[in-house]
Design a protein around this ligand. Sequence first.
Ligand code: NAD
Length: 352
Amino acid sequence: MERRMFDLPDYDNHEAVVVARDAKRGLKAIIAIHDTRLGPAHGGARYWTYDAPQDAIVDALRLSRGMTYKNALAGLPFGGGKSVIMAERGQPKTANLLEAFGDAVEKLGGRYNLAEDVGISPNDVTTIARRTAHVCGLPTGGDDAAADPGPYTARGVFLAMKAGLEEISGSSDLGGKTVVVQGLGGVGSPLCDMLVAEGARLVLSDLNEERAARVADRTGSRVVSADQIYDVDADVYAPCALGATLNAQTIGRLKVKLVCGGANNQLATADDGVALQRRGIVYLPDFVVNAGGVTHTTSQLTRWTHEKVLAKVGEIPGRLKKVLERATREEIDPQRAAEKVALEIIEGKAAA
Ligand code: NAD
């Protein structure tokens, strides 16, 4: 397994990849630490069922590298890391299992600091925190809603989308624009409310049909199936579910001008960024767009006030503008340009 891992393109010189195993408490997890030059690694913990262990490793590696770029561009004093807890099909997420995971994180002595991600709620983070101090995103005074990074991420996506529209059409007005939103969870659902409040029309999709119906009802939108989403004629596609939805099978089908969403690792491969560009679709790099949540959750460490967090989220459009200018100047795709800007920050050659 090790030799194969070193050969994976996503391995990309990770500083450490830890396999955490506690058979008694049912834990199998990967903790990936990509880069700590700017500070201890920070990134969410995910709870997910994978078809194969290799998929979990790739997920952790890709997500943790993305966190390095995201944290650097957001001006946060953290490196990049991420962890995935590999759930067996139907395995309950017990307190014992979460505590075992906390023990594994504690053993790293602060090199990795976690918050919630897909499948891990603020309450779960509280359970993990019984065994490790290296967490953030804890509910304050038991208030789960205040700890939820989703609305902050959604706010960043919303502002980024307006900036993207301005870039492609000269106007940031969402009135009358059609936005396809895929995934209506912690990020997608509040994003829909913000878009509708500005007069956008929505086409929605979620694997959870009840959730899709609820958001559609609330926003007066129409729902399509998980697969139809790629064929909808719209202005914007907002991926807010899982990663790799921009791939060789989907890109050719898209009938949108802009891609801007909250999901991590939207491009299946680096070539997919180029493929979108060739089709004339502007892709706003996910790790620039979706930094609102991490800016909020790490405020327990940075001690940034609510106002400062909102101001930082408000910097996302300006950062995107710089990235898109760089892409145009160097004739590269936006993802590549964003990675270059992030690396310059990490290497101390540029300020965030
Ligand atoms: P969530 O688990 O609350 O919601 C995800 C939703 O997507 C669920 O309702 C699920 O049913 C749906 N879904 C999954 N696969 C789908 C598919 N193929 N088609 C349609 N719907 C599908 O997760 P979230 O917190 O909203 O996060 C969404 C994405 O944004 C993830 O990729 C996450 O890593 C990323 N992200 C989240 C935050 C945050 O603040 N929560 C921050 C940065 C990035």
